[in-house]
Design a protein around this ligand. Structure first.
Ligand SMILES: Nc1ncnc2c1ncn2[C@@H]1O[C@H](COP(=O)(O)OP(=O)(O)OP(=O)(O)O)[C@@H](O)[C@H]1O
Ligand SMILES: [Mg+2]
Length: 494
């Protein structure tokens, strides 16, 4: 039961903006494809079309085993064995894991829902993806990585013959990622075709047979993975030679700390964590998912109950919510872009200025100034958008991330906390963000970067704090700042 899929001259527009300009390529059964391209290249759009989430607005056709197909819903595509795991999660927060897993495919006994069978099926799928959770847990209670694993479990029960994964590892730990790759190998052996979209080129290199490159809504090339290096992949994506990813490190600054945290405890997540950041310093936070890094900073910013002492420029402050924090000069980029970072149904300008309304109200909100700020941010952050009046949901994943970053920098904070700032961002844009982070530090701000990408922390930070099980276990710098040391401290093998 293999599946051959062919895109023939696919064109698609959102409103007046054409984003796919005649894409053609074919997928052979039982292979693992990497689909790569810059943010906004059209990867997700094309795959949503194949999986029945989006109807092509223009010409062209999709052929499945030689027959032209036009899917009007994901259920029609799933009936053919085509399943998509979304880049932005597609789960119902108020339903349980089991209910989400079987959403639209409910098991029934006669006329009634067979909850036991669904619970059991969900339990098996969870075991396969390695999520140790009760199928009756509501999805709202899960952290981002767990939601991602539920998405994968949900795809498994749909018995895909072509499984499309859009950035599935963006939120996973190395261990969870390894397990996913083992699962993919098993599916491949069973004849399932896999299409893997990722900006993590080392993963594309590791698990795919062939790489397909898209650029600006067009198919560029398709090559055996073995014939490519990460560097050539990156160059093919951006269409030019890219220079060093990281800016040259500046010497660690001396002087009084700008942010001083003493004994910060976030009940259930972090115990008595203390650290300092100087102006001009970039401090990284490493650790496994669940180590409490995100929760620590959510506590610091008043998003969770927390106690301890926080001082900015020597003055002890009480931060009960992000707005108070912004008033004291601290802003925070959330790792959960869709849930907490952006209002995806709002326009770009309101998203950008939401944290800094004062600056645009003279005394009433000035749309002209707002639009000017938007135009400047689109340019300086390299945000690609067809039409600046569209809602944030219309941006590609990586461009949403850049908008979220622009938003937290609008109030000109003295201290910025960036949680996974390059998640889902393409190589070119990653480089832009690294240089931007260095510029922020050079301007005398204190910058904290929470990241799961160790190479990124090593390339960028002066010092990296490591958290394990809610405790700060080490702070590494200079020659101690390397992957082996970081992993050893994060896993407790020290
Ligand atoms: N619902 C929408 N309405 C309007 N424009 C959209 C919509 N969805 C996507 N676009 C636009 O289509 C283009 C392609 O976006 P797409 O999400 O397919 O990119 P991508 O290759 O998946 O990028 P990323 O790597 O950032 O996820 C972008 O310019 C994006 O702004
Ligand atoms: Mg995408």
């Amino acid at each position: 039961m293999s599946l051959q899929v062919e895109f023939r001259d696919i064109t698609h527009s959102f409103g007046p903006v054409e984003v796919l300009h005649g894409v053609s390529f074919a997928l052979e059964p039982g292979r693992v494809y990497g689909l790569i391209g810059e943010n906004g290249a059209g990867k997700s759009t094309l795959m949503k079309m194949l999986a029945g989430y989006l109807e092509p607005s223009g010409g062209g056709e999709i052929r499945v085993n030689g027959t032209p197909c036009r899917f009007r819903s994901s259920r029609e595509a799933e009936a053919q064995g085509i399943v998509l795991i979304h880049q932005e999660f597609n789960l119902a927060d108020d339903l349980t894991i089991a209910q989400n897993t079987y959403l639209g495919h409910e098991k029934k006994r006669g006329w009634v829902l067979d909850d036991d069978a669904m619970r059991q099926g969900a339990r098996e799928a969870l075991a396969q993806v390695g999520l140790d959770a009760d199928p009756d847990t509501r999805v709202r209670q899960l952290i981002v990585a767990e939601k991602q694993l539920v998405e994968i479990a949900k795809a498994l029960v749909r018995k895909a013959r072509l499984l499309i994964m859009d950035e599935p590892t963006a939120t996973l730990t190395p261990g969870e990622t390894d397990r996913l790759f083992a699962l993919m190998a098993q599916l491949k052996a069973e004849g399932v075709t896999l299409l893997y979209i990722s900006h993590k080129l080392e993963e594309v290199e590791r698990i795919t047979d062939e790489v397909i490159v898209m650029r600006d809504g067009r198919f560029v090339t398709r090559q055996p993975t073995a014939a490519l290096t990460r560097h050539t992949m990156a160059n093919l994506m951006v269409g030019r030679e890219i220079a060093d990813l990281y800016p040259a490190k500046e010497p660690a600054p001396a002087g009084e700390p700008l942010l001083r945290v003493r004994g910060l405890t976030v009940p259930g997540w972090a115990q008595s964590v203390s650290f300092e950041v100087r102006p001009g310093e970039i401090l990284g936070f490493a650790g496994l998912v669940g180590a409490g890094r995100t929760e620590l900073f959510e506590g610091l910013l008043g998003l969770r109950p927390a106690h301890g002492e926080v001082a900015v420029a020597g003055k002890v402050v009480r931060l009960r919510n992000p707005r108070e924090a912004a008033n004291e000069g601290i802003t925070y980029l959330s790792e959960d872009r869709k849930g907490k970072g952006l209002h995806v149904d709002f326009g770009l300008a309101p998203n950008l200025t939401l944290m800094n309304l004062k600056a645009y109200a003279t005394p009433v909100l000035s749309p002209a100034r707002e639009l000017q700020a938007l135009a400047e941010s689109l340019k300086s952050f390299g945000i690609r958008t067809g039409d600046p009046r569209q809602p944030a949901s219309a941006l590609s994943g990586g461009n949403q991330q850049k908008l979220a970053l622009a938003k937290v920098l609008q109030p000109q904070p003295r201290v910025v906390v960036l949680d996974e700032p390059t998640r889902g961002v393409d190589v070119g844009a990653k480089r832009d963000i690294y240089f931007l982070i260095q510029r922020l530090a050079r301007e005398g701000r204190a910058v904290i970067v929470v990241s799961s990408e160790l190479v990124e922390l090593i390339g960028l930070c002066h010092r990296v704090a490591v958290m394990r099980s809610g405790q700060l276990t080490a702070t590494l710098s200079d020659e101690d700042l390397n992957e082996e040391e970081l992993i050893a401290h994060a896993t407790g093998n020290r």
